[in-house]
Design a protein around this ligand. Structure first.
Ligand SMILES: [Ca+2]
Ligand SMILES: [Ca+2]
Length: 158
């Protein structure tokens, strides 16, 4: 009984102190990204739930998930994306012209490249899509049929 009283006193002191308000105000703002998206450097990110071919993954970002299939602009962004999902498609292909890589975040062209040694090599019957397989952020060209997840990206909401 004494323990219960003590707990009540501690709770009342806590509530009276206003500390709970302070703690609430110190929480990171979550209203900048939609629920279940992760904020990183001014953009919101979310991994797709399903493993699909490259086109299906891109469509899943633009459809049910929202945002655009991401291409990292830096090693830092690649490593961040690796915390959401390993083994992902990124928004790069050389489908239009063999060897000319079209990399985009769905809005602007991305000049950043991080190929593994001896990649891209358009191996076998041709490899036109880009796979980021590990947490080091290196890229390989592979056939576009996967199936793999991807990471979707969108700007923070105003
Ligand atoms: Ca190719
Ligand atoms: Ca390759």
């Amino acid at each position: 009984m004494a323990t219960l009283m003590k707990a009540w006193v501690i709770l009342l002191v806590y509530l009276a102190s206003g500390r709970h308000d302070t703690l609430a105000r110190c929480k990171p703002r979550k209203d900048t990204c939609p629920s279940a998206w992760t904020l990183w450097d001014g953009n919101c990110y979310k991994a797709t739930p399903d493993e699909l071919d490259w086109f299906g993954a891109r469509a899943q970002c633009e459809g049910i998930i929202g945002g655009k299939m991401a291409t990292p602009k830096s090693l830092q962004e690649s490593l961040f994306m690796g915390t959401l999902a390993l083994n992902v498609w990124i928004n790069c292909n050389d489908i239009q012209q063999e060897g000319t890589w079209n990399c985009t975040d769905g809005v602007t062209e991305i000049p950043y490249r991080n190929w593994f040694d001896n990649e891209p090599n358009n191996d076998g019957e041709g490899e036109d899509c880009v796979f980021m397989p590990n947490d080091k952020g290196n890229w390989l060209d592979v056939p576009c049929d996967g199936p793999l997840k991807t990471v979707c990206k969108q700007p923070i909401q105003p």
